[in-house]
Design a protein around this ligand. Sequence first.
Ligand code: AHR
Length: 325
Amino acid sequence: MRRSFSILLCFAILISFAGCRGGNVTESSAGRAFVIGFSQVGAESDWRIANTKSMTETFQGDPEYEFRMENARQQQENQFAAVRRFILEGVDLIVIAPTVEDGWQTVLTEVHDAGIPVIITDRSVSVWDNNLYLTNVGSNFYGQGKKAVDWLSEETRGESNVNILHLQGTIGATAQIQRTQALEDAAANQGNWITNKLYGDFTEAKAYEVMTDYLATTHDIDVLYSENDNMTFGAMRAFDEAGITYGEGGQVKIITFDATKEALQYCMDGKIDLCVECNPLFGPMVKELIEKYRKGEDIPKQVYVEEKVFTSKDLDQAFIDSREY
Ligand code: AHR
């Protein structure tokens, strides 16, 4: 009697653990919403705002899901705190859009030890154990940079020296590391490309500030390689104030990353030469992967979104108006 009571007790304990969370999460969705904790980088750019909207609209309004988002205001420590709160709250799955790649091993190990699956979105994490997350959904940032430098290499063929001003985003973020790498690899092969770097933190305000200071020292710029649209807008304002022309027929060729509506409009109007798309609208893709995971299906370790490049020739008003971001 005593023995069968102990066996029953063991079963009860096992079942209650499985109900909290399991390797395959199917049990936890029975009868209640599946809770997702999302640690977002911040609201530093139009791209980020579109990404937050895509993630939020995908899950909110679906009674199968409860979506809790925390804005880290571009600080990794805020992300660690948010993730630890999600563990304490016992969410079913955590989505992290990491500010920077390094520093994630400890907190992701804590999540793993708590038995909570993790999906990394947008940028990547650099951890020695890739089993700490299920999948990484986002852009091929090196591929974006490669498209940009391939275009520039055609445009500057036969020119003697090309002075490239490189506006960098948050140092250590995958978007910065890989877009920078693509430019540096190409510059090393070109021989006639001279690059100078400025730090713009992916924000319009910072880019405007550093560009204004830089233009007080020199106007010798042939190309602006700006790692996101918002920094480009800040740089354009500084160019305007310094009387420097840019875009088609201007002194400075502008390459920008994201392809937001506003940047595409400038591109169609001849103010920006190349828009490299960075697609933030992957909320539905993340949901699809979560649903596969919940059904116990295999999901790929890396999923890239589709992206294009645009010059003024590729654009018309109807297309720009139809864009979601
Ligand atoms: O990680 C994506 C990058 O981060 C986008 O290019 C930029 O606009 C955002 O802030």
